[in-house]
Ligand binder design. Structure first.
Ligand SMILES: [Zn+2]
Length: 390
């Protein structure tokens, strides 16, 4: 009997022998896998059509959806001023920072048998691409990133809410805005609603850090903004970004069989991202002060859609900015990229002291339906709602 050592020494050889034999044996045998012809128009040479099982699941899901209700499309067009002409925006580094051309296929057909009807509706709506008036004095550029950028008329200039993910798309948004309604006035203040990078990353595309440091342009943010921005985007940043690729399939080509959209917006812009630290913080639960001559009421909403976030009410314009506490999509409660878990129940009323029993716990369109969301806000604030449609 060979010693244990001799036996172990012989194992790899044996295994290798088997492997070779197996290779010889199996390769000779006809492949037993079902031969499927690659699908015409699929982005991958081995791409397949959805199986009959998938088609059945998608068909059943579609039956549950009120697709006959097309008010979303009417609302999407409300206040439209001008389209963003170039479908692509180039990064300063030379690559494409934003590309809406790749999503035009969505409007070529009413439906695709490979796309869930709800995702398709959302992605068609997210093909909005241009400048919109919310109410006189408040404007938004939509469709240039995952989030949208808003401009509120101040006494001396424009108050900017949430300057997107990257510098280049913010510059393009500012130019479109100035070409139509900006009157050549400067940025007079910037407001970050919360700690997620798609709400501050493009700030250098619209203000000069020197103007912020000199105090000429205040940058306003919720309490503890920097602490949580660093912890979520720096400490966890790399890992979260890697997981983001899987969560959204970002490396898939945009196509009916690949990447269709990201729910909140079509994608995340890929230009230069940078942060300018805030110069003024909203410390209390509710705080009121003027920004460039405009009275604003800020409500801190910690641990809602982000660890630090705030709503803003503009009484003289009867306008309510709900940051990402209200979105026209399902809330991203526990994203696979493992950002901080969000507490859906707090998305409207963050703290007991400001929450009255009658206020609904959550008001996104999907949870309470259109009527619920609208009546909830009317009941709470009697104002027109500015939410980042993203
Ligand atoms: Zn967010």
């Amino acid at each position: 009997m060979a010693t244990r050592r001799q036996f172990l020494a012989s194992v790899p050889a044996a295994a290798a022998a088997f492997a070779v034999a197996d290779r010889l044996i199996f390769d000779a045998a006809p492949a037993r896998a079902q031969q499927i012809d690659p699908l015409q128009g699929h982005f991958h040479p081995k791409g397949k059509a959805p199986s009959k099982f998938t088609l059945e699941v998608l068909r059943k899901a579609k039956e549950t959806l009120p697709l006959g209700d097309t008010r979303d499309f009417e609302e999407q067009k409300k206040g439209f001023i001008a389209p963003m002409k170039p479908l692509k925006i180039t990064a300063d580094a030379g690559h494409v920072a934003w590309d809406m051309e790749r999503f035009q296929f969505l409007d070529e057909q009413d439906e695709f048998d490979s796309i869930h009807a709800s995702l398709l509706r959302q992605s068609k709506l997210n093909n909005n691409y241009g400048l919109y008036e919310v109410v006189p004095g408040i404007y938004q550029v939509r469709g240039l990133d995952l989030s949208d950028i808003s401009f509120v008329r101040g006494k001396t200039g424009w108050i900017v809410f949430d300057p997107l993910v990257s510098t280049e798309v913010v510059r393009a948004a500012w130019k479109l805005f100035q070409d139509h309604v900006g009157e050549g006035l400067p940025v007079s203040a910037v407001i970050y609603s919360h700690t997620h990078g798609d709400h501050w990353g493009g700030v250098r595309g619209i203000v000069d850090e020197a103007d912020v440091r000199s105090g000429k342009v205040p940058v306003i943010a919720p309490v503890d903004f920097m602490e949580f921005t660093v912890s979520e985007n720096v400490y966890a940043g790399n890992a979260m970004n890697r997981r983001l690729f899987y969560q959204y399939g970002l490396l898939l080509p945009a196509s009916p069989h690949g990447y269709v959209g990201q729910g909140l917006g079509q994608a995340v812009s890929a230009g230069a991202t940078g942060l300018i630290a805030p110069t003024k913080y909203v410390e209390k639960d509710i705080e009121e002060f003027e920004v460039d001559g405009v009275r604003m009421v800020f409500q801190n909403t910690p641990n809602t859609e982000a660890p630090r976030e705030m709503n803003t009410y503009i009484p003289d314009m009867k306008a309510l900015w709900m940051a990402e506490n209200v979105i026209a999509s399902l809330h991203n409660i526990c994203g696979a990229r493992r950002s901080a878990i969000r507490c859906a129940g707090r998305n409207i009323s963050p703290t007991r002291s400001t929450a009255s029993a009658s206020r609904p716990r959550s008001c996104s369109r999907r949870i309470t339906g259109r009527a619920g969301a609208t009546s909830a806000f009317r009941k709470c604030y009697a104002v027109s709602v500015i939410s980042t449609p993203t």
